[in-house]
Design a protein around this ligand. Structure first.
Ligand code: CTP
Ligand code: CA
Length: 235
């Protein structure tokens, strides 16, 4: 692929995508992390690019190659992702939050590598909440009355009482985004795999849309849903 396509269903649209996992430092050599491979977010960046969009990818830690033909910013922690995303979202038509963001970070980061204690006591790591980046993007959009489509992701397991989609629908409303891409975790599926299964929920009331296949196929499906939402707005 060379320069961004000038035609396609998303031609002229500026799409911001976050992907990969964050790392929350404990000291200069250690961190708290997660198992995100970044594959789905990177596949989304490629699908948006191939649909003609101008793509900005803000990427944390990934286990796969970065795409060509898109602008890339690298971050490590949730706070860095927060700052980069809110700044970049100012001129995006679509924001897709596929990154796996740590919910907590260590309160303090050691300046030096932590040594084992000499007296046999075990350390206790105190954690504090990270900013909710998706909520921040939604709040900024609403405050500035921006015409922006915001897409969140959720990996849910469900419990005895509530299904995965029950939790998904509650999260869609809590976050205030326009679309929520829900995938089912809990088994060995999704993380790091090349195939996936998702349901896209719409705050506008469009029917739930279900898809499964390779992460590239699912990414194309999600970008098609984005196109449908953008079209519904301009009607
Ligand atoms: N997200 C975010 N900032 C955070 C945590 C999550 O922007 N600090 C985004 C994720 O990128 C995703 C969406 O919010 O698009 C949902 O993430 P999820 O972890 O499912 O939601 P939480 O609100 O953290 O809820 P939970 O308690 O279920 O983890
Ligand atoms: Ca979370």
């Amino acid at each position: 692929h060379g320069a961004a396509a000038s035609s396609g269903p998303l031609a002229g649209r500026r799409v911001l995508i976050t992907a990969g996992g964050t790392r929350e430092a404990l000291d200069p050599v250690r961190f708290l992390g997660n198992r995100s491979s970044g594959k789905q977010g990177i596949a989304l960046a490629e699908a948006a690019r191939d649909a003609g969009a101008t793509v900005h990818l803000i990427v944390g830690h990934v286990e796969t190659e970065l795409p060509r033909g898109v602008e890339i910013s690298s971050i490590s922690s949730a706070v860095e992702l927060h700052e980069a995303t809110r700044a970049a979202a100012e001129n995006a038509d679509v924001v897709i939050m596929a990154a796996a963001v740590a919910d907590y970070r260590p309160v303090s980061v050691g300046e030096h590598k932590m040594k084992k204690s000499e007296d046999g006591t075990n350390p206790v790591v105190e954690l504090t909440r990270t900013p909710d980046i998706l909520r921040g993007v939604v709040d900024d959009r609403n405050e500035h009355a921006r015409d922006q489509l915001i897409v969140g992701f959720a990996a849910e397991t469900g419990d005895g009482e509530h299904s995965v989609l029950d939790f998904g629908r509650a999260k869609l409303h809590r976050k205030g985004c326009d679309l929520l891409v829900v995938n089912q975790v809990g088994t060995s599926t999704v993380f790091g795999q090349d195939t996936t299964e998702v349901t896209v929920l719409s705050a506008r009331g469009a029917e739930d849309a279900h898809a499964s296949g390779s992460k590239a196929e699912v990414a194309q499906f999600i970008m098609a849903r984005v196109g449908v939402e953008l079209g519904a707005r301009s009607d």
